[in-house]
Write a new protein. Structure first.
Length: 146
């Protein structure tokens, strides 16, 4: 298997399966009695513990101030997104299948940022990305109206 194939398997397919399972747990958790604070602290404590264990295994504790800033920004944005999903599930009885189909349209946001900010437009087939964006949008609209 080539590095590209391994990259797609490990960084694409496996996270897709794991995030799919996580979304199901999101619905189950938010149907239980749990405040938003304990919900986020539980997730955060788990991430902290796994991060500590991984650091011991990997033995790489390097970090620059700039990387630290981006990590904190990532955490703030991810937490805000998870709060939005939790509120939609808990307070407004949202359907996880519909929500996931819409919020996974984040692919389009990521692609646009990658193309513009990270200059990835130099290395991709723009027409295929445009076609994928249209299909993703149509899928999100169809699922939201299911």
């Amino acid at each position: 298997m080539t590095d590209k194939h391994l990259s797609l398997l490990i960084g694409g397919f496996m996270p897709a399966v794991l995030f799919g399972i996580v979304a199901t747990f999101q619905k189950v958790i938010n149907k239980e009695t749990i405040g938003m604070g304990p919900y986020l602290m539980g997730i955060g404590a788990t991430i902290l513990a796994i991060g500590a264990l991984y650091s011991l295994w990997d033995r790489d504790l390097s970090i620059t101030p700039r990387a630290g800033f981006y990590v904190v920004l990532f955490g703030i944005l991810w937490t805000a997104a998870m709060i939005c999903v939790a509120i939609a599930l808990k307070r407004y009885n949202g359907q996880i299948g519909q929500l996931v189909s819409i919020y996974n349209m984040n692919t389009i946001v990521t692609v646009v940022i990658g193309l513009v900010v990270l200059s990835e437009w130099k290395n991709v087939n723009s027409m295929r990305l445009l076609a994928a964006a249209v299909l993703i949008s149509l899928g999100g609209v169809l699922a939201a109206n299911a």
